[in-house]
Design a protein around this ligand. Structure first.
Ligand SMILES: *Cc1c(COP(=O)(O)O)cnc(C)c1O
Length: 386
């Protein structure tokens, strides 16, 4: 087939999906101008794509940094970012109560590359002081943490680490709407866009935002390692980011209402929600968060079997492990995400038998509250049955 004339019909309100691998140049002169950075053109689909660039600009603005990059998943954003900056014999310190695959990457993969990693407990201020003694290359903070929504005094860490230490924050559980790590000294902010940012349970993607310099280095690694976002996925993420504020407003309002309902319920032992004074990091939350989202973790007054019964009695949420989408989801943490951990590890991570993580969707909060109420009734009837 010969070179065909391109039709330029582009007054669509939405950026069309550029589902292409290659970009052409008009002539040799233009190609040379491209190499000298004198014209803004693309060359190949692993380096850039108009759909990504649109979303990357939007995320940079949301996170309040100069630039951002998209990745095919949150994990890939983390792996590419850490690989860019960590080298043999470096030390990395991270908040240990974090997303399980982040922990696996730090505990199982990085040591193979000669990088020493150490988990710290965000609730233990002595452990935090230890960070500085190790003089790590990277401090990685997941905040709020999964599933207990633990927080850490980020500004304090920033003020005490060496200026050469990179402070990286995964704030997937808050989104830029509820938390701005950049304002408290984070050098890079990462999101799994598969959760609230995507918001519809239909994509996997990740992002990292930071200064032009740092993002430039990560971009070089992405070009090499090839962790890129599919253009259709970027298109869907753009649609989602346009509605992020209105969606987060719903999650914050409904989440608070449901957390309060659970806190007042006699069959609930403990609620982990940063909007409640009972959360161990409520004071930190007041400083860092402007909202508390739609993930509510709680312990019911019951054993392993009663808790399973409770989760199975729920009619509204799917049983599964996601959050921040239109589908409400629920999991009994110990037999779901943390099933393969030893009893000792589960205890260390505070995953008790009766721990439940509820992630609400866009339904009316009363629908969830009524559902929780009937599930509590079901287990109390069950307890009474012979
Ligand atoms: C889900 C999640 C990730 C991983 O993101 P994927 O898009 O699933 O790869 C990382 N960090 C946190 C806090 C998460 O919840």
């Amino acid at each position: 087939m010969s070179k065909q004339k391109k039709v330029n019909y582009n007054n669509s309100c939405l950026t069309p999906i550029y589902q292409n691998a290659a970009y052409f140049f008009e002539n040799t002169e233009q190609a040379i101008q491209y190499h000298k950075n004198e014209v803004k053109l693309s060359r190949y689909g692993r380096y850039d794509n108009p759909n990504w660039i649109e979303v990357e600009n939007q995320i940079a603005a949301l996170d309040n940094y100069e630039e951002a990059l998209l990745f095919p998943s949150g994990m890939n954003a983390i792996v590419t970012t850490i690989s860019t900056f960590a080298q043999q014999n470096d030390r990395l310190v991270y908040t240990g109560k974090c997303y399980r695959n982040i922990k696996k990457f730090f505990d199982l993969v990085l040591p193979k590359w000669g990088i020493r990693t150490k988990a710290i407990n965000p609730s233990n201020s002595k452990a935090i002081t230890e960070i500085y003694r190790d003089n790590p290359k990277i401090v990685f903070v997941e905040m709020p943490s999964n599933p207990h929504l633990y927080l850490i005094d980020l500004a304090r860490i920033k003020s005490e680490i060496s200026p050469d230490t990179l402070l990286i924050v995964d704030s997937t559980l808050s989104t830029p709407y509820n938390f701005q790590p950049q304002k408290f000294g984070a050098d890079l902010t990462i999101h799994s866009c598969s959760k609230y940012m995507g918001g519809h349970g239909d994509i996997l993607a990740g992002s990292v935002a930071g200064s032009q310099n740092l993002i430039g280095e990560i971009r070089n690694y992405r070009n090499i390692m090839g962790g890129i976002c599919d253009p259709h996925c970027a298109f869907l993420l753009k649609r989602s980011l346009d509605t992020l504020p209105i969606r987060m407003k719903h999650f914050n309002e409904a989440g608070m209402k449901i957390a309060q309902y659970l806190q007042n319920h006699p069959q609930v032992k403990k609620v982990f929600y940063t909007g409640l004074e009972s959360h161990p990091h409520y004071a930190i939350a007041q400083k860092y968060l402007t909202g508390h989202g739609g993930v509510i973790t709680f312990e019911i007054d019951g054993n392993l079997a009663t808790t399973s019964q409770f989760v199975e009695a729920l009619q509204v949420p799917f049983m599964g492990t996601n959050f921040g989408s239109n589908q409400a989801m629920v999991e009994q943490c110990g037999v779901f995400t943390y099933y393969h951990l030893s009893a000792k590890d589960r205890k260390e991570r505070e995953i008790s038998d009766s721990l439940v993580r509820l992630s609400i969707g866009y339904e009316d909060s009363n629908l969830i509250i009524d559902d929780l109420a009937q599930a509590f009734r079901a287990i109390s009837d069950w307890d009474k049955s012979p």
